[in-house]
Design a protein around this ligand. Structure first.
Ligand SMILES: *Cc1c(COP(=O)(O)O)cnc(C)c1O
Length: 223
């Protein structure tokens, strides 16, 4: 199927409250424009340099989401334009995003990335670490960031029950914190689910999915 047909197929089956992030990493701008021309303008990238290059090249009404691991020394490059950072995994990073938010005179929306998978390689905070970050005095003082939700990635496995349990654990954590609203904390977004598991994620309460290969086909990792 074509990129546009894939996009249409996915979008037509989504509940209205679920936002699709088209994950464009490794794909050239021409392919992004196929999605853009089909009316979809929310893109996710996992590398700062690639996101900045595409931002420069492409129309300015695209919403850019940073979904991959972010190093503190690179925050400054995306701070002027990023719509949502899905991958905040430390107070130090959040403080740097806040600093760049001040410089750019904006409030930058962030998700805490929570570690729910049973794999060594995935980044993120444990539930306990997330709690202690949220309860810290340092966090409470930050005015140019806002935590608007959580992001999680399930284990890469065929075991659907395991995936479902991992997503469910994050939904429970999300529900526990939604009643709390402060000037820099207001949970709206639960970012869970990628090509292989977004249907399960939605059943378990996700309202933002990050889908790459089901739209663009397989990535060439040698790029
Ligand atoms: C690449 C990536 C995705 C999309 O993966 P697909 O399997 O291609 O849908 C989602 N989330 C993150 C954090 C990614 O890095």
């Amino acid at each position: 199927m074509s990129i546009q047909a894939n996009l249409h197929h996915i979008k037509s089956s989504l509940p209205t409250e679920v936002t699709l992030i088209a994950v464009t990493k490794t794909h050239p701008s021409e392919k992004l424009m196929e999605v853009y021309n089909a009316g979809h303008k929310i893109f996710g990238e996992n590398k700062v340099q690639e996101m900045c290059d595409k931002y420069t090249e492409l129309p300015k009404d695209i919403e850019w989401h940073l979904i991959g691991h972010l190093q503190t020394n690179k925050v400054k490059y995306i701070a002027p334009f990023v719509s949502l950072i899905h991958s905040v995994d430390s107070l130090k990073l959040l403080q740097e995003i806040n600093k760049q938010g001040i410089k750019n005179n904006r409030v930058i929306d962030c998700l805490l990335q929570i570690y729910i998978a049973d794999e060594e390689t995935k980044f993120g905070l444990s539930f306990e670490e997330a709690e202690s970050l949220l309860n810290s005095l340092e966090y409470i003082q930050l005015k140019n960031i806002r935590i608007t939700g959580f992001m999680g990635m399930a284990t890469n496995t065929d075991d659907q029950d395991k995936i479902r349990k991992e997503f469910r654990s994050l939904k429970l954590f999300f529900d526990k914190h939604t009643p709390l609203v402060t000037s820099n904390f207001s949970l709206l977004t639960l970012s869970m689910g990628m090509s292989s598991d977004y249907l399960i994620a939605i059943e378990e309460g996700s309202n933002m999915i990050r889908v790459g290969s089901s739209i663009f086909g397989n990535r060439n990792y040698n790029l």
